[in-house]
Ligand binder design. Structure first.
Ligand SMILES: [Zn+2]
Length: 507
């Protein structure tokens, strides 16, 4: 956007200015006639109210905005967007509240974290976040009984978050194994709590947690292979549990477990999908996944479901387990409409992502949507070091300015409490914004891949250059560890796991 347009009146608000720029008769927007007063009211209420003191003839609106802002803060993080929807709903009220809180934090008015980096953003409070995550690995008071089915997740969020902050978690190995031993069922897989049936999400979180502490030997791989065969659906997708619902979480979780444990591709003879005519775990999977793309271009959890950011990641990452992204993603998805839906998830002025159309920003989508970009850019042969489909600086600003709790932990949005889930996925999203992740074919993994799927091990990362850190507004002390774009684990953990089962045939 140009900052040198000399035709602009200096004392106009962004909304007024947009009305001047656009031809009223052709303007497509949600404000019907009669809403002008509301616009004026909103402007009166805004942080951009003009006064005589603001007169600065010769500058356009962007120049005027810049004079109001902290150094380096682009105007679009400092005020409401110029197009407003006049329909008032519970969601629009919540959006207004969140936006105002974000603007206060972005502009520094409501910011109480004073330890800032070279760009005026709060530093990443690594020690405090690590201390917060350690409490998740401690004892719980009785009200946390409601989390009983989420034991594997609590461990994964805490351990992965700590490793993303650069903390060694090997001290938790034995406790981790002790926790998961009673959750592993004789028929294979893991339940979420004691006595629970095996479940794809619990198995995913357990496998990743055990990988993080070097405890994968406690998994009964043969039994896991049999259990995965039980949840492979004859449609090509995966159920979350035996006789459970079928959705793309199941596909991503099961194929991640399958790949990390280097299990045989052939379906067990007892698998219902095998009896229905499918031969391998990947049979029919891409075609089933392609049915999850919606009219919006986004991806739902199952065919005919609403498009959702977390399912979008599960779809893209699952396709990247099957083949190189440039082959698997365009084969099964319409990438043009997917790009349009995904870019619409990044909010302004918030900078973070929403999970669905007409929903609010939420830091867990820093990963669920932020993690999609390297996969999609690779599919489209876009070099992320040269150009990008998304705004990394915006996500860095949301994470550092709005998502951090001063006492430790990261949160969904301002005015919410931090928790392990949002801490882990905020940090994973920050990693997506800070590093360049690329895919390259590898002869090594092809040679190893006689039985198992190996393509997802072909990713590498590049540390940000000084210039990139400047563009994306963080110091080296704000840098987290690189997080693998498919497995959502630290790269060294992924490599250890690959090496552990390299060349293994059978069990
Ligand atoms: Zn969330």
């Amino acid at each position: 956007m140009s900052s040198t347009n000399q035709n602009t009146q200096a004392d106009t608000t962004p909304t007024d200015r947009l009305a001047e720029i656009l031809d009223n008769s052709a303007r497509i927007q949600e404000l019907s006639s009669g809403h002008e007063e509301e616009i004026q009211e909103a402007d009166d209420d805004s942080d951009y109210e003009t006064s005589d003191d603001d007169s600065d003839d010769g500058q356009n609106v962007h120049g005027w905005m810049a004079s109001k802002l902290p150094p380096n803060l682009p105007f679009y993080f400092a005020g409401p967007g110029p197009l407003a929807d006049g329909l008032e709903t519970t969601t629009s009220a919540a959006q207004e509240k969140t936006m105002r809180e974000v603007i206060d934090l972005m502009t520094g008015k409501g910011q109480t974290m004073t330890y800032v980096n070279a760009y005026g953003l709060p530093h990443l409070l690594k020690d405090k976040h690590a201390a917060f995550l350690r409490t998740i690995l401690g004892r719980y008071p009785p009200p946390f009984q409601v989390m009983d089915a989420s034991r594997p997740w609590l461990l994964y969020w805490a351990l992965n978050g700590l490793r993303t902050l650069g903390v060694d978690v090997s001290e938790y190995k034995q406790r981790c194994i002790d926790t998961f031993t009673p959750l592993q069922n004789p028929e294979g897989g893991f339940g979420g709590g004691h006595g629970h049936l095996s479940h794809a999400a619990a198995g995913y979180a357990a496998t990743l947690s055990l990988a993080l502490v070097g405890g994968l030997d406690m998994i009964d791989r043969r039994a896991m292979w049999h259990w995965l065969g039980q949840v492979k659906n004859p449609s090509g997708g995966f159920n979350m549990a035996v006789n459970g619902e079928q959705d793309v979480r199941g596909a991503y979780c099961c194929m991640t477990i399958h790949t990390l444990l280097a299990l045989p591709l052939a379906l067990p003879p007892s698998s219902p999908a095998r009896r229905a005519g499918l031969e391998t775990f990947t049979s029919g999977l891409g075609s089933w996944i392609s049915r999850c793309q919606t009219f919006e271009g986004g991806l739902g959890g199952a065919p005919d479901n609403e498009a959702h950011g977390a399912y979008a990641f599960c779809v893209l990452a699952c396709l990247c387990l099957l083949d190189a992204p440039a082959r698997s993603i365009p084969t099964y998805l319409n990438t043009r409409t997917l790009i349009r839906w995904l870019v619409s998830r990044q909010c302004a002025p918030e900078g973070g992502f929403s999970g669905r159309t007409n929903k609010l920003v939420d830091a867990c989508y820093s990963h669920w949507v932020g993690g999609c970009w390297s996969l999609l850019e690779s599919a489209l042969n876009i070099d992320p070091a040269k150009s990008s489909l998304w705004h990394r600086e915006a996500l860095v600003r949301y994470t550092l300015s709005c998502s951090q709790a001063k006492k430790g932990g990261l949160r969904d949005k301002p005015s919410t409490r931090p928790d392990g889930y949002h801490t882990n996925y905020s940090l994973a999203g920050l990693s997506a914004a800070q590093y360049v992740y690329t895919y390259a074919e590898s002869k090594q993994t092809e040679a190893e891949g006689a039985e198992a799927l190996m393509v997802a091990f072909n990713w590498s990362f590049q540390r940000p250059t000084q210039q990139q850190m400047k563009e994306w507004c963080f110091d080296s002390s704000d840098l987290v560890e690189p997080v693998h774009p498919v497995f959502v684990l630290p790269f060294d953990i992924v490599e250890n796991t690959r090496a552990k089962f390299a060349g293994k045939v059978g069990f």
